[in-house]
Write a protein that binds this ligand. Structure first.
Ligand code: MN
Length: 220
């Protein structure tokens, strides 16, 4: 058996404290998981059923403490959303946690919402899933609370707590697994707190989550 194209390797995340890497199979994302963010987007927070979308592994841009991302095409309103990222290892159990930015072309997302169409063009593009190194759960313990922040060029714009999630990580995993089996190598973006906003080329976003190494993303 041979392939008509050279095989590519999956994107991989560094693992804190080791020289091993975590290969990414699939990127799941939760929409609308913090009440204040739902309100800032003009919605009404309700706990009925979590809403999901996904990005392809191709969208992953990873770095240990920082990464550079090219400002994507076809948008004039690129937004950051800082999120806790959960990485699933053997038996699709939590392997560890990282910090991610779910980049969103808000202008395209707005058009899609209006038309009742999918969000793919707004959410799934190279660099749309920026992810830090992963810290194993043996080090962090189960992460159910802790401050989560994003500062744009030094100004704190997002400042929330993981305990404000409408659906906690266990509930997110249970719902996702109900639709399709979660597998080793899957990562989950767990939703963003309030304060999302637009970024320009040259901006630096410094992100923190209590208990995890800091992560910074520069748009170039
Ligand atoms: Mn998001």
């Amino acid at each position: 058996m041979s392939y008509v194209l050279p095989l590519w390797t999956p994107p991989a995340l560094k693992i804190a404290g080791t020289d091993k890497e975590f290969p990414v199979r699939r990127v799941h994302c939760v929409a609308k998981n913090y009440g204040e963010h739902i309100r800032e987007m003009g919605g009404d927070p309700q706990k009925i059923k979590p809403k999901f979308f996904s990005k392809s592994a191709h969208a992953v841009a990873s770095g240990i403490e920082n990464v550079e991302i090219n400002y994507p095409r076809a948008t004039n309103d690129l937004h950051f959303e800082v999120e806790l990222v959960v990485a699933l290892g053997a038996d699709a159990k939590i392997f560890g946690y990282g910090i991610g930015i779910d980049f969103t072309k808000r202008d395209l997302q707005g058009e899609a919402k209006k038309a009742g169409m999918p969000w793919d063009t707004a959410k799934n593009f190279a660099g749309a899933a920026a992810v830090s190194q992963i810290t194993p759960i043996e080090v962090t313990g189960e992460m159910t609370q802790g401050r989560i922040t994003l500062a744009r060029n030094g100004d704190v714009q997002q400042d929330g707590n993981l305990n404000q999630m409408i659906y906690n990580v266990a509930e997110i995993m249970e719902h996702l697994n109900g639709y399709d089996a979660l597998l080793p190598g899957d990562i989950i973006f767990t939703g963003t707190p309030a304060g999302v906003g637009a970024v320009e080329k040259g901006d630096v976003m410094d992100c923190t989550i209590d208990g995890l190494p800091d992560f910074s993303v520069r748009l170039v």
